[in-house]
Design a protein around this ligand. Structure first.
Ligand code: FAD
Ligand code: DLZ
Ligand code: SF4
Length: 514
């Protein structure tokens, strides 16, 4: 009467619901490295290495507790390459009479999982993933009857339900949101702290060798691999963030700086998303720092909002609207993704910086993702599915439940405004205000037209003209459309022809870069 308890690569949490009620004498924990998961998009090499190494370390910890772990390695001779194939083999191996799983993070895996009892002819119990504050059912209750959603209202409910940063029924400090104190650019005399990175141990070295051998053509470099791959090290990274970075997190949350990929960000999303850290403990650690007077409220509220607000809201939208959510293309973009998203070879210094940092670290912070690569994809009318596949591949924290709403909804406005009230379109002036990228760029951010002018400036007004029928009635877009209506016909046709010229020759970005 053996039960198989499944632990997937993003479920590396000892308190996982799938492990509840496990009988160490009778039951087996199944963990599987499978080709389907390592290749369904061409994941960054560091992302694969991070997940496989974290899985192997987690299995070792479970075994050290005296639990029986059946761990299938990627290179095992008879590995079928799929979750379904490996579970079928494990059921036969252990004569299992029951399977217990925690709901997966991605719809495609969920779709397979809900058919397993039929395909495998064994009862399968799928449990809620209670590592999130808001269950899928709870979000559905909140979403019921709403035509569009707004994170801020959802976030307030989550604050009330969790009691985080609450004083009875009121938000501490008398406000729900302290964003107006944030959004500063980085002054020259402020230097971000050195970040804790972790030396690869023997297990990680083995995995790095495996990834280099099996996935040589995948994007990204393994050279700077320094991720924590155990819970103990992830907790150390969190502690370092809380002490050294959180106090300045709010102030410089939106800042960008050449050769400073991490600034004051936490860099914990890969750990949260694979289960080495849990959202509740992270929020409590930040709240405690504020209670002890070690970090100001604007920073702590801003940080907790990202996790309790945005992260939960994004997940809720994903599950509430999949699988249809992925198919929309409200602004009708169909341009292929330019090659420089993989090479970084473009004269646009901001894009080049972000792509290169992404290649080196499998990481870019939120504003780089939203306002540089994302903004470019939006303004250039890239096909949503192409840019979504890029984001899903290149970041160590990327799983479809979190990547898709961020890219499809927040960046590309492809859901027609379900997630965000307006597109985050911006000209070069925004990037210039929040970074020092423009100082080292081949283009001139102050110029609005001509071959030397910043492409973001040329594309911004072109985007407004092209999408006027879909966006001009949006009250939050009133300002740009008022400005546009005051532009002469001549200026408009100049904008259109200059933007078209640039977009039709995106390959020149790379040719002229060399
Ligand atoms: P911090 O700035 O320190 O923020 C703390 C935590 O808040 C993050 O670790 C993350 O868990 C959470 N968070 C912040 N913003 C968001 C958000 N918009 N959605 C969900 N969680 C959020 N995040 C992912 O985890 N995986 C992704 O695949 C992903 N893709 C993105 C794609 C685009 C186009 C954009 C604009 C954002 C994306 N994000 C994604 C959200 C965000 O950019 C990352 O969570 C963040 O940059 C991770 O770095 P950090 O841990 O240093 O974050
Ligand atoms: C992302 C990933 C990779 C690269 N490899 C594996 C793997 O070999 N085995 C595994 O269990 N999980 C892996 N993952 C994470 C899964 O893709 C993730 O668990 C599913 O997307 C469900 O959310
Ligand atoms: Fe980017 Fe334009 Fe600034 Fe160059 S000038 S870095 S393209 S915003």
């Amino acid at each position: 009467m053996t039960t198989l308890h499944l632990v997937l690569g993003d479920q590396l949490t000892r308190d996982l619901s799938a492990l509840d009620g496990l009988d160490p004498a009778r039951d087996v924990i199944l963990m599987m490295e499978v080709a389907d998961e390592t290749t369904y998009v061409p994941h960054h090499k560091q992302k694969i290495a991070f997940i496989l190494s974290a899985m192997r370390h987690f299995a070792q910890e479970l075994e050290a507790e005296g639990l029986r772990v059946d761990y299938v390695k990627l290179d095992a001779a008879d590995n079928t390459g799929s979750f379904t194939g490996e579970i079928a083999r494990a059921v036969a191996r252990h004569k299992a009479t029951r399977i217990v799983a925690t709901e997966p993070g991605e719809w495609r895996v969920w779709d397979a999982m809900r058919n397993w009892s039929q395909t495998l002819d064994v009862p399968v119990e799928i449990r809620d993933d209670d590592r999130f504050f808001c269950s899928r059912a709870r979000f559905a209750r909140w979403a019921e009857g709403r035509k569009s959603y707004r994170m801020e209202f959802f976030y307030r409910e989550m604050r009330r339900e969790t009691g985080l940063l609450m004083d009875c029924d009121e938000p501490v400090g008398g406000q729900w949101n302290f964003d107006h104190d944030n959004r500063k650019s980085l002054p020259a005399n402020v230097h971000p702290p050195h970040r804790t990175r972790f030396e690869p141990d023997k297990i990680t070295e083995e995995v790095l060798e495996l990834v280099a051998r099996r996935f040589p053509d995948h994007f990204g470099s393994l050279d700077r691999f320094g991720w924590a791959v155990t819970r103990a090290d992830a907790l150390e990274a969190l502690d370092h963030f809380i002490k050294a970075c959180l106090p300045s997190y709010g102030d410089y949350q939106d800042a960008m700086k050449q050769n400073e990929p991490f600034l004051f960000h936490s860099i914990i999303s890969p750990y949260l998303n694979c289960g080495l850290l849990v959202a509740r403990e992270v929020c409590l650690a930040a709240e405690l720092a504020w209670k002890k007077g070690k970090a100001p409220l604007n920073a702590v509220e801003g940080f907790i909002r990202q996790i309790l607000g945005w992260r939960e809201y994004i997940r809720g939208i994903y599950w509430h609207h999949m699988p249809e959510y992925a198919t929309g293309n409200a602004l009708g973009g169909h341009r292929p993704l330019p090659q420089f998203f993989w090479s970084g070879e473009t004269r646009m210094n901001c894009v080049s910086q972000v792509v290169r940092e992404t290649r080196d670290n499998a990481y870019a912070h939120h504003i780089q993702r939203l306002m540089v690569t994302g903004n470019f994809a939006l303004l250039a009318g890239i096909e949503p599915a192409e840019i979504e596949a890029w984001y899903l591949a290149v970041y160590a924290d990327a799983y479809e439940w979190v990547e898709l709403p961020n890219v499809h909804g927040m960046v590309m406005f492809a859901d027609g405004g379900l997630l965000a009230s307006k597109p985050y379109a911006a000209s070069g002036a925004y990037i210039d205000r929040m970074s020092d990228y423009c100082r080292s760029c081949a283009y001139d951010v102050k110029l609005k037209s001509g071959p030397k002018s910043c492409p973001f400036n040329r594309l911004y007004w072109h985007f407004m003209i092209e999408n006027a029928d879909k966006l001009s009635r949006n009250p939050r877009m009133a300002m740009p459309y008022r400005t546009l209506s005051n532009m002469s016909e001549e200026r408009r046709s100049q904008i259109t022809s200059e933007a078209k010229m640039f977009l039709d020759h995106l390959d020149l970005e790379t040719e002229n870069y060399k």
